[in-house]
Design a protein around this ligand. Structure first.
Ligand code: FEO
Length: 170
């Protein structure tokens, strides 16, 4: 069974969007590195790796369905942010946009009665709950601590984050 041209195009767009998400998080990592917040750098470097992992899942899936993978360019991400909190708020907004895009893909896959793709996207539906929740909880903490010692303690906590790709990568 072939992917439809519309679904192939939409999956390629999402793959490229995941690569651009990685780039955005790398830009935020560069911003917090400039502030000397190593734990936050670690957090966003891992977020970068996660986004590359997401993009590669789309790459592999389009290839598994024997359709053409198309790599695009993307906009330059912001260089600076008003604060660490505003960088996280932007990240959450970005994740909400990703969730909406994934929902749109699921809807399209249903419309095209492509249940292979519906099943593939199920992983992303679950992942987006986690992605949004991660950013929400750090935003809550940032609002509690403001700047100073609290920010330092949160920075120490975020040093602990490690990248653990799921065992089942398809
Ligand atoms: Fe790939 Fe953070 O969504």
């Amino acid at each position: 069974m072939k992917l439809t041209p519309q679904l192939t195009r939409a999956l390629n767009e999402q793959m490229n969007y995941e690569f651009s998400s990685a780039h955005l998080y790398l830009a935020i990592a560069a911003y917090v590195a400039d502030l000397g917040l190593d734990g936050f750098v670690n957090f966003f470097q891992i977020q970068y790796q996660e986004e590359i992992f997401h993009a590669q899942k789309f790459f592999q899936y389009i290839n598994d369905r024997h359709e053409r993978i198309e790599i695009h360019g993307f906009d330059t991400p912001p260089k600076t942010f008003d604060s660490v909190l505003s960088a996280f708020e932007l990240a959450l907004e970005h994740e909400e946009a990703v969730s909406a895009r994934i929902h749109g893909l699921v809807k399209l896959a249903h419309n095209e009665t492509d249940y292979f793709t519906v099943n593939f996207l199920d992983w992303f539906i679950k992942e987006q709950v986690e992605e949004e929740s991660t950013f929400h909880s750090i935003i809550d903490k940032l609002k509690l601590v403001n700047d100073g010692a609290g920010l330092y303690l949160l920075d120490q906590e975020l040093k602990q984050r490690i990248f653990t790709p799921p065992v089942q990568s398809k």
